[in-house]
Design a protein around this ligand. Structure first.
Ligand code: SF4
Length: 240
C-alpha cells in the first residue's frame, strides 16, 4: 500500500506537471475533476501533454455562469479530450426546488449544503465510482479551509480514496502566469474580479485585497465556505 505521507514529502517542491505525472504512475485510474476554474484549466492542459491523459470530468450543477459553459466548450475544442459531464439527479433537484424554492441556498446553511449535496456531492460520488484516486486543483493559499491539505491524502469524504492536489504549492499568481503563458482557455469572469468561480447565484466578484474565496457564499462565515466536495479539515484543536 502506498505511503501517502512519504509520497507527499518526496514530491513536495516539484513542478505540478511532474507531480501529476508521478500521481498517474502511482494511480493510473485517477480521475481529474475539472471545475472549469483557472487551476483545473491548467491541469487539463498538463494532462493533455501526457502520453496517457487521465479521465476528466465536469460537474454541471445547472446553475453555472454562461461564461463557464464557454470554457467547457473551449477546452473540449482545444484539447480534443473526452471531457465527461455529470448532471444532478433530475428528481432530486425537482423535489428540492419544489419544496424550498429556486434560491433556497440563501435562507440557511442547511439548505445551502442540501443544494450542494444534490447538485455537486452526489454527482461527484457517481463520477468517482470505480476510481482509486481523484485529482483536484486545490491550492494551500486559497483560504482558511485549505491550509492543511497535503499533495496526497486519504479522502474521508470518499471512503478513503486518494485525493491528489498537484497545484497545492502554487499561488494564484503562478496559476495565472501559467495559464497566460500557455494560452490556456479560461473563464472570462477571471478578468472581471472573480478569482474563484462556482455556481452563478453563489459567486460574486471580490474587491482588491479580499480573500480570493470571499466571493463564494459571501453571506456565510469563512469556515463554512466549502460545498462538500472538499470538506473543511478539522482544526488541530478538534473543532471545524
Ligand atoms: Fe446550489 Fe449554490 Fe451549491 Fe451551486 S453553489 S450547488 S447553487 S448552493
Amino acid at each position: 500500500m502506498t505511503d501517502l505521507r512519504e509520497l507527499s514529502l518526496r514530491l513536495e517542491g516539484q513542478e505540478p506537471a511532474a507531480i501529476l505525472r508521478a500521481a498517474l504512475e502511482a494511480y493510473p485510474d485517477a480521475a481529474l475533476a475539472c471545475s472549469l476554474g483557472l487551476e483545473d484549466a491548467a491541469l487539463v492542459h498538463m494532462a493533455s501533454l501526457l502520453p496517457r491523459p487521465p479521465r476528466i470530468f465536469v460537474l454541471d450543477t445547472g446553475r453555472l455562469h454562461p461564461e463557464t459553459y464557454d470554457v467547457l466548450a473551449a477546452l473540449r475544442r482545444r484539447y480534443g479530450l473526452p471531457i465527461e459531464i455529470y448532471f444532478p439527479e433530475a428528481a432530486a433537484v425537482e423535489g428540492f426546488v419544489n419544496a424550498n424554492g429556486p434560491n433556497a441556498f440563501r435562507e440557511s446553511l442547511e439548505l445551502r449544503q442540501a443544494c450542494c449535496r444534490i447538485r455537486k456531492v452526489e454527482p461527484l460520488a457517481r463520477a468517482l465510482r470505480g476510481a482509486s484516486a481523484w485529482i483536484t486543483g486545490l491550492r494551500r493559499d486559497q483560504g482558511p479551509t485549505r491550509g492543511e491539505v497535503r499533495l496526497f491524502e486519504a479522502d474521508p469524504a470518499h471512503d478513503g480514496m486518494v485525493k491528489i492536489s498537484p497545484l497545492l504549492a502554487w499561488s494564484l499568481e503562478q496559476v495565472r502566469g501559467y495559464v497566460r503563458d500557455q494560452h490556456i482557455p479560461h473563464n472570462a469572469l477571471h478578468e472581471q474580479g472573480f478569482p474563484s468561480i462556482g455556481c452563478a447565484p453563489c459567486t460574486r466578484a471580490v474587491a482588491e485585497g479580499e480573500d480570493e474565496r470571499a466571493g463564494r457564499w459571501w453571506w456565510e462565515r469563512p469556515e463554512h465556505k466549502e460545498c462538500g466536495l472538499h470538506p473543511a479539515r478539522p482544526e488541530p484543536g478538534g473543532g471545524r
